[in-house]
Ligand binder design. Structure first.
Ligand SMILES: Nc1ncnc2c1ncn2[C@@H]1O[C@H](COP(=O)(O)OP(=O)(O)OP(=O)(O)O)[C@@H](O)[C@H]1O
Ligand SMILES: [Mg+2]
Length: 365
């Protein structure tokens, strides 16, 4: 089941290097049996830019992928680019799928074998028959496509939706870690603040996808999301010694994920503004932010009120230098098809958005 070539005669490797490969080769059979796979050791055939099989072991615990022996078989770069890449760079490659010469589907994993100086002298290759697994995957796919049971379809859809939200969340987390790294490198407070605001915008969007990924549904409870966003904002923005409380009132309202993402961003901006501008520290170290969520038939109104110093004249959308309120206006009008207003308030600032809900539920009317 197991064979090895005369390394010293066929390669330009040193005695010690040959010993190392022989050491691995001695265990080849047990590796093949345990992993139920064909195992090979390949060395570089430098003059030809090719690799060749110096040792092999066929599994005794399962049928081998190959009828013939592969010992001494030469593979040029276009046939086994992965093996050559690994031999030359010393990097492992996992999980490649391919068709064997004998028409089986296999998964190939390659790990380098290094000498005591870290130089790659050979690679260990595992080739496992996955024809059955691939067949099963295809069967599941076909089953899912062919199923006419609505319940099964729904379960399948939920899994897909969950997976998509999971990936979106992960991507957003990668972006915010990148920004955080960049933020740590700046010495300018102003630049750091810009990064901080971007990170908080991304985190608020990620919360929506996290929520949806956990539940595997397409609609999110925006009251719960607003609570999570404000908790996150308060804990990441408040200066020690400052006391700002946030309350979220109203009923739970379920929104589709794209609406929920827009709402998350809007609430992020408005609450961020109250924290940043309404309570100038240290002259005002206490403050209250109230968020109210109201639904009348298909219309939703979200109001953010603070009891701070008020926005005065700077509160106009004509000022192009600021991004926050423009972002809010754009999201309300374009993504939510709603309106933004600044109702008069005795003290502090009040901002209100009203939009029609796009939801599948009908019962809460
Ligand atoms: N709750 C508030 N209390 C007091 N002033 C506010 C409040 N919200 C907004 N403002 C004023 O309105 C201005 C515009 O807000 P906007 O969110 O557009 O920009 P910004 O917060 O300055 O910057 P960013 O682009 O980071 O949001 C602010 O600079 C601030 O002077
Ligand atoms: Mg702002």
């Amino acid at each position: 089941m197991m064979g090895i070539l005369d390394l010293e005669r066929l390669t330009s490797l040193s005695n010690e290097q040959c010993e190392i490969i022989l050491g691995v080769a001695q265990n080849l059979q047990i590796i093949a049996d345990l992993s139920q796979a064909d195992i090979f050791i390949d060395c570089l055939l430098e003059e030809d830019n090719a690799s060749f099989v110096v040792a092999e072991a066929k599994p005794t615990t399962i049928a081998s992928l190959y009828k013939k022996s592969m010992l001494g078989k030469i593979a040029y770069e276009d046939m086994e680019p992965g093996v050559l890449f690994s031999l030359k760079t010393g990097k492992p490659i996992f999980g490649s799928r391919g068709i064997t010469e004998e028409r089986g589907i296999m998964q190939q994993d390659i790990v380098p074998i290094n000498d005591q100086y870290g130089e790659t002298i050979a690679v260990l290759i595992k080739e496992r028959d996955i024809s059955q697994e691939v067949q099963n995957e295809r069967n599941i796919e076909r089953l899912m496509k062919a199923t006419n049971s609505e319940d099964e379809q729904r379960v399948f859809q939920a899994i897909v939706v969950q997976e998509i939200h999971h990936r979106v969340k992960n991507n957003l987390q990668v972006i915010s870690s990148l920004l955080r790294l960049q933020m740590q490198r700046t010495h300018s407070e102003e630049v750091a603040e810009v990064f901080h605001d971007s990170i908080s915008r991304i985190s608020s969007m990620a919360l929506v996808h996290d929520y949806l990924a956990q539940r595997g549904i397409e609609e999110a409870d925006i009251k719960l999301l607003i609570q999570q966003i404000t908790t996150l904002l308060v804990s990441s923005s408040i200066i020690p010694g400052q006391h700002i409380t946030v309350s979220v009132e109203g009923n739970s309202v379920f929104c589709p994920s794209d609406q929920a993402t827009a709402i998350a961003l809007i609430v992020n901006e408005l609450v961020q503004n109250s924290i940043k501008h309404a309570f100038p520290f240290p002259s005002q170290n206490c403050g209250k932010i109230d968020i109210n969520l109201r639904r009348r038939k298909q219309m939703i109104t979200i109001t953010v009120t603070d009891d701070g110093c008020g926005a005065g004249d700077s509160f106009s959308l004509g000022d192009l230098s600021s991004l926050g309120l423009h972002l809010v206006e754009m999201l309300v009008e374009e993504r939510l098809q709603g309106v933004l207003s600044f109702p008069l308030s005795d003290k502090g600032t009040k901002v209100s958005i009203t939009f029609p809900i796009v939801s599948t539920e009908v019962n809460e009317y």
